[in-house]
Design a protein around this ligand. Structure first.
Ligand SMILES: Nc1ncnc2c1ncn2[C@@H]1O[C@H](COP(=O)(O)OP(=O)(O)O)[C@@H](O)[C@H]1O
Ligand SMILES: [Mg+2]
Length: 236
């Protein structure tokens, strides 16, 4: 098992943001975490990366208990998070932002080739690599954030609402990029509110409500679930 979250609890003062959540990601899988605003999705991803401390439960990555490991240790071991709202440093150049992703890498032999490949893929970034990232549109910033995460060479890429605020065309581009990354061997843990597209991409999914896991199963079963359709797919 690549990622194993067990009975995770996370609190902010009196807010019980994540309550007894367990989930798994196998090598090669795309796993979706769905749920409305405030469900605890971002908190869950932050706990896996290590930027917030859980109050209870355990997190195992690639067989090792990482529950209390420092963030850089987790990144070096193959975890990365594309955070909600992209977190691009707008005063730094596009190229500098991209390089941040490789900051903790030990094996840098193929890095120049990987950077070229990212610029080949995202010509909008290549053309402006020495400009401040502030010049990028929302969609271009999302591509930069994903490109930056790719340079960390992760085994598991976690993405927090990568389609938020993008035009339908760019949403399609983001989803096809995720599909391609997965085809090339990367496992993905994808938090989204774009429920239908996400379940069409993922093999399994989990649904969070107010910090609790209320549903879990194969993506096609969740897509067909009437309760989920009423709540998240605008049907019924
Ligand atoms: N830094 C924080 N301090 C206090 N409460 C927070 C903080 N971050 C999130 N919360 C609360 O925790 C709950 C879960 O939030 P979050 O994980 O961001 O959910 P989601 O990503 O599903 O919208 C919400 O009630 C939110 O208000
Ligand atoms: Mg969130």
């Amino acid at each position: 098992m690549l990622l194993e979250v067990n009975d995770l609890d996370l609190r902010y003062g009196r807010t019980h943001a994540v309550a007894g959540v367990s989930l798994k990601v196998q090598e090669g899988e795309i796993v979706a975490v769905l749920g409305a605003n405030g469900a605890g999705k971002s908190s869950l991803l932050k706990a896996v990366l290590g930027t917030v401390k859980p109050a209870g439960g355990s997190i195992r990555f690639s067989g090792a208990d990482i529950t209390t490991s420092p963030v850089p240790h987790r990144i070096r071991n193959g975890l990365v998070l594309v955070p909600e709202g992209r977190r691009i440093l707008v005063s730094m150049t596009i190229h500098e932002n991209l390089l941040l992703g490789a900051g903790l890498r030990e094996d840098r032999t193929t890095l120049p080739r990987e950077i070229d490949a990212i610029y080949d893929r995202f010509s909008n970034l290549a053309a402006r690599r020495d400009m401040p990232a502030a010049v990028l549109s929302g969609g271009e910033q999302q591509m930069l954030a994903i490109g930056r995460a790719m340079l960390a060479k992760p085994r598991l890429m976690m993405l927090d609402e990568p389609s938020l605020g993008l035009s339908p065309l760019l949403v399609d581009r983001v989803f096809s990029l995720l599909h391609e990354l997965n085809t090339n061997g990367m496992s993905l843990l994808l938090v989204e509110q774009n429920t239908r597209k996400t379940l069409e991409l993922a093999s399994r999914g989990y649904v969070l409500e107010l910090g609790r896991m209320v549903m879990a199963g194969p993506a096609d079963a969740l897509l067909a679930d009437e309760g989920l359709q009423r709540a998240y797919l605008g049907a019924g």
